[in-house]
Each structure stands twice: as structure tokens, then as C-alpha cells.
Design a protein around this ligand. Structure first.
Ligand SMILES: *Cc1c(COP(=O)(O)O)cnc(C)c1O
Length: 374
């Protein structure tokens, strides 16, 4: 067996059929009929009234932040350990990300550290669910309510996941999904904002499409981007949605298998299978090097590549991003667990196209590499 890529999506349902429909009918742009249907179905999954499909999850976060009114000087609380899309959505509007540390075992933001970060400039909390387990939704929603803050929910990795039985993507003022190929549902590139707020939804529709004035076309009162989503993407998305529960189940089976195989392997902390409020859906199968290991995740990723296993390090913390340090943001800030996850976390092949045979081979190779990891 050759090199095993870190992610390979599964596209063997109705993807081809629906794509052919696009070609046959000529509907390939954002004006095609699959887009609205995909928005309807995806917002339904999140138990939301409105869905606005956009070109990617990063765009969805940007539009969401702008639509709920984040502006210059506004503070938005978010985890230090997350993807830069979260911070960018705020800094692009002149807002300030205010960071909190993460939990070492769920890898999500520590809800108990949020309240001390609230100031009179705090406008919102960005509640990000990471790697397969939801953040502490109840606690975060309670804080938001108490302090009259908006909540932007980043459910980019959470299609089909629930928190105490309610779908991720159903919480807060506005929620976003991504459909990048390593997410549970993919459209190649793609994203969506979902909300129950009619005004926010209307605002998102404007923002994704250059803010064309609705009364006269080609006349603009505001600047925004072209973040439109195409009928071709929606065609793939609709075929993927048909299999969402199968995909979530498959990911859980893969997670269980890896955990079983690695449970006796020294040197790593494995993802926790469940919390009291959710069962892990393993966005990707991540591991964190144990405290007694000197090597960094970057070195391990290199060793894995030499052994023919594709892997990736975890996200890099927001306060350690050179771009923000250059701007003078986050000076002398420290988030111990977040920094640990960024330096010690990595994930192994976890795409939906993985077969039992390949997973067995991954396990063999990972175990071999881990013997050299000190
Ligand atoms: C993937 C991801 C995004 C960004 O989505 P893109 O479609 O890649 O732009 C945002 N937030 C989280 C938590 C993600 O995992």
C-alpha cells in the first residue's frame, strides 16, 4: 500500500447524477435551483428557518459577524485555539478578538473563563465546536443572555452533531457551516450561514452578493464581496446530505476503531468518545502527545509522512499568529492548554473514503512511528 492521504471524501452517491443535471440543464451558477434546495435542507438539519449558502466557511463567518452588527472596536470572545477564520471574521471588521484558553480533553474553549473577559465593549461570543465534540453550549448561552451578548456559533465541523439532543447550528443568533472536503458534508468549497432572524438572513443575502441594492441593480450603498455558492456545489451538497446520518455513523465507527487500536499505545492522549452532552463525531481523528514526550507534533507529522501516512498538526493559536503579533495584538498573552494543543496535537487519516483495510494499515504505521517518538 502506498501513501495514505490524510483525507479522501466519499462521493459515490448521487453526486454525479445531480452534477449531470446541472450540465444538462445549463444551471451551473448561483442562480440554479439546487442552491435554494440545499439551503432549505441544511437549515432544516440545524433546525433553523433561514440558510444562506456562501463560497466557504470563512466567508460564512465573515458575513455572520457583519450581519449581527460587529463593528470597529467591538470585542468578540473566542477560543485562542481555533482556525484563523474565526479571528479574521472579527478583525476584518475592525473588531478585536478576545481569547480564552481551551480544555485539554475536549479541545473546546473553557466556558468558565469567558465571564472574566467580558468588558463594556464585548459584543459577542464566538462559540466554536472543535474536532467532534460540541463546546459547553448551556454555559455559553447562559452567559450571553446574562450579559446581553450575541452568539455566533461556528458549527463548521459539526454537521449532524447534537448537544443534549439539539442540533449544533441551532444555537445563538447565527451559526455557520463549512463544506470543505474534510467536513462531514462537502461541496468541494462551500459554507452556509443559518439563522432564525429574518433581518439577519436578509442582510447575509445582501452581503454575499456585492450588496446590490434590491430596488435598482448595479447600484451599491455598501461594499461587500462576491461570496456566492454555485448550483454545481449545491448538486454535490444535496447528494451528500442524503447520507449525513450514514456519514456520522461511519465517522463514529472509525473513531471507535482507532481508539480501540491505540488504547494501549503510550505517548498520546486519545480523543474522548463522549461527554455528558454528546457523542464524539470525530471531525478528524486527533491525538495529543503526552506530557512526557519531548517531540513536537511537527516532527511527528514528518515521521508519519516518511512512513507513508498523511497527517496534519492541529490549529495554531490566534495569539501566536505572526500577522496579529505584528499588529500588536495579544501582546504577552498566554493560554497554556491552547498552546499545548497547537504544539502537541495532530490528526491522522480520517476521510470518509477510508476502508477497513486502509485503517488497519494506518494503525500499523502509526504504531511503528510512535515507537520512535520520545
Ligand atoms: C473548516 C473550518 C472553518 C472554515 O471553513 P472553510 O470552508 O475552510 O473556509 C471555520 N471554522 C472551523 C471550526 C473550521 O473547522
Amino acid at each position: 500500500m502506498g501513501f495514505i492521504p490524510v483525507n479522501e471524501p466519499l462521493l459515490n452517491g448521487n453526486e454525479k447524477k445531480y452534477l449531470c443535471e446541472c450540465i444538462d440543464t445549463g444551471w451551473i451558477s448561483s442562480e440554479g435551483p439546487f442552491v435554494a434546495e440545499f439551503e432549505r435542507q441544511m437549515s432544516g438539519i440545524a433546525n433553523r428557518q433561514y440558510g444562506i449558502a456562501v463560497s466557504n466557511g470563512t466567508a460564512a463567518l465573515e458575513i455572520a459577524a457583519r450581519a449581527i452588527g460587529i463593528q470597529e472596536g467591538d470585542e468578540v470572545i473566542m477560543p485562542a485555539f481555533t482556525i484563523i477564520s474565526c479571528a479574521m471574521a472579527v478583525t476584518k471588521l475592525g473588531g478585536v478578538p478576545v481569547l480564552v484558553d481551551s480544555d485539554l480533553y475536549t479541545w473546546n474553549m473553557k466556558a468558565e473563563e469567558i465571564e472574566e473577559k467580558i468588558t463594556e465593549r464585548t459584543k459577542a461570543i464566538m462559540m466554536v465546536h472543535l474536532y467532534g465534540l460540541p463546546a459547553n453550549v448551556d454555559k455559553i448561552m447562559e452567559l450571553a443572555k446574562k450579559h446581553h451578548l450575541k452568539v455566533i456559533e461556528d458549527a463548521a465541523e459539526m454537521h449532524g452533531q447534537t448537544y443534549k439532543g439539539k442540533p449544533c447550528g441551532s444555537f445563538g443568533d447565527v451559526s455557520v457551516f463549512s463544506f470543505y472536503p474534510n467536513k462531514h458534508i462537502t461541496t468541494g468549497e462551500g459554507g452556509m450561514v443559518v439563522t432564525d432572524d429574518e433581518e439577519v438572513a436578509a442582510r447575509c443575502r445582501l452581503l454575499r452578493n456585492l450588496c446590490f441594492r434590491t430596488d435598482v441593480r448595479y447600484v451599491h450603498d455598501e461594499i461587500s464581496d462576491n461570496y456566492r455558492f454555485t448550483n454545481l456545489q449545491a448538486a454535490v451538497g444535496l447528494a451528500q446530505i442524503e447520507r449525513l446520518s450514514e456519514f456520522v455513523e461511519r465517522k463514529r465507527t472509525m473513531g471507535r476503531y482507532y481508539t480501540q487500536q491505540f488504547s494501549a499505545m503510550p505517548g498520546v492522549i486519545l480523543p474522548i468518545p463522549q461527554t455528558e452532552y454528546a457523542k464524539n463525531i470525530y471531525w478528524v481523528y486527533g491525538m495529543v502527545l503526552a506530557q512526557d514526550i519531548q517531540m513536537s507534533n511537527r516532527e511527528v507529522v514528518k515521521l508519519l509522512a516518511e512512513e507513508g501516512v498523511g497527517s496534519r498538526t492541529f490549529f495554531w493559536c490566534m495569539h501566536e499568529q505572526p500577522v496579529y503579533q505584528k499588529e500588536g495584538l495579544f501582546q504577552n498573552e498566554k493560554y497554556e492548554n491552547a498552546e499545548y494543543l497547537a504544539r502537541k496535537g495532530f490528526y491522522i487519516p480520517s476521510g470518509l473514503a477510508l476502508t477497513e483495510n486502509i485503517m488497519e494499515e494506518v494503525v500499523k504505521r502509526v504504531k511503528k512511528v510512535m515507537e520512535k517518538v520520545k
